[in-house]
Design a protein around this ligand. Structure first.
Ligand code: 5RP
Length: 223
């Protein structure tokens, strides 16, 4: 039963990945996120190779995958703007605010999203929630601040775990569970202001513009 559910979820990821191809803008730099849903998207990109002069990627993982398929990947410092950014999410709410960072790429994802005109979120139906916070909220921190930031997250009522992981930026990740996030923008601003926090995995101030949701009834588009 469990493996059947996994197969279905993977099929939904492939379907939303395919639907996102239509959002890629001809001749403009494409922003590429990180995760298993984005991996499906990258694998389809050779079908529209001639539309994509170059990409900017949000992780070493996606960069390797793109380069292996022959795509040019630019450093963000070579680029002024990106047309469309395609990325997944761990949770997305009705206002298109997201929790991201399950794959540990939250900081670069937020940076790439910040210069992108359009953020297209690709997700299977399990990611759509009414209130963010069931998925543990990732917070990337400078390693020496991990204990201090953990203590501050605990004052918000979270149970916090240090992930056994080093980010592409050489930093650590705290996963904060048990938060019911009613005001995602305010919480994003608050946590981002703490000393030692690199990025909180709340994407509320710059949320998604389009959601392509893979469901049992097909891909649903929300704009
Ligand atoms: C990585 C992310 C991913 O977009 C998020 O974790 C969703 O991943 P997946 O497509 O594997 O479910 O934020 O940092």
């Amino acid at each position: 039963m469990e493996s059947l559910m996994t197969i279905d979820q993977n099929a939904l990821k492939r379907e939303v990945a395919r639907a996102a191809l239509a959002y890629v803008e001809d001749g403009r730099i494409l922003g590429v996120g990180t995760g298993s849903t984005v991996d499906c998207f990258i694998d389809l990109l050779p079908e529209i190779r001639e539309k994509i002069p170059a990409c900017v990627s949000s992780s070493e993982r996606s960069t390797k995958r793109l380069e292996a398929l022959g795509f040019k990947v630019l450093d963000m410092n070579e680029v002024d703007e990106i047309g469309v950014y395609v990325d997944g999410a761990d949770e997305i709410d009705p206002s298109f605010a997201m929790v991201k960072g399950g794959g540990g790429a939250l900081t670069r994802e937020k940076i790439v999203a910040s210069i992108s005109h359009r953020f297209v979120c690709i997700a299977d139906q399990s990611k759509k929630v009414e209130v963010l916070g069931k998925f543990p909220l990732p917070v990337e921190v400078i390693p020496m601040a991990a204990r201090a930031v953990k203590a501050k997250l605990e004052t918000l009522g979270a149970t916090v775990k240090l992930r056994d992981f080093v980010t592409d930026n050489g930093c650590s990740i705290l996963d904060a569970s048990g938060l019911s996030i009613k005001d995602a923008r305010a919480l994003e601003d608050e946590i981002n202001a703490w000393p030692g926090v690199v990025t909180v995995g709340l994407f509320a101030n710059r949320g998604a513009d389009v959601l392509l949701l893979g469901t049992a009834e097909g891909v649903k588009t929300f704009e």
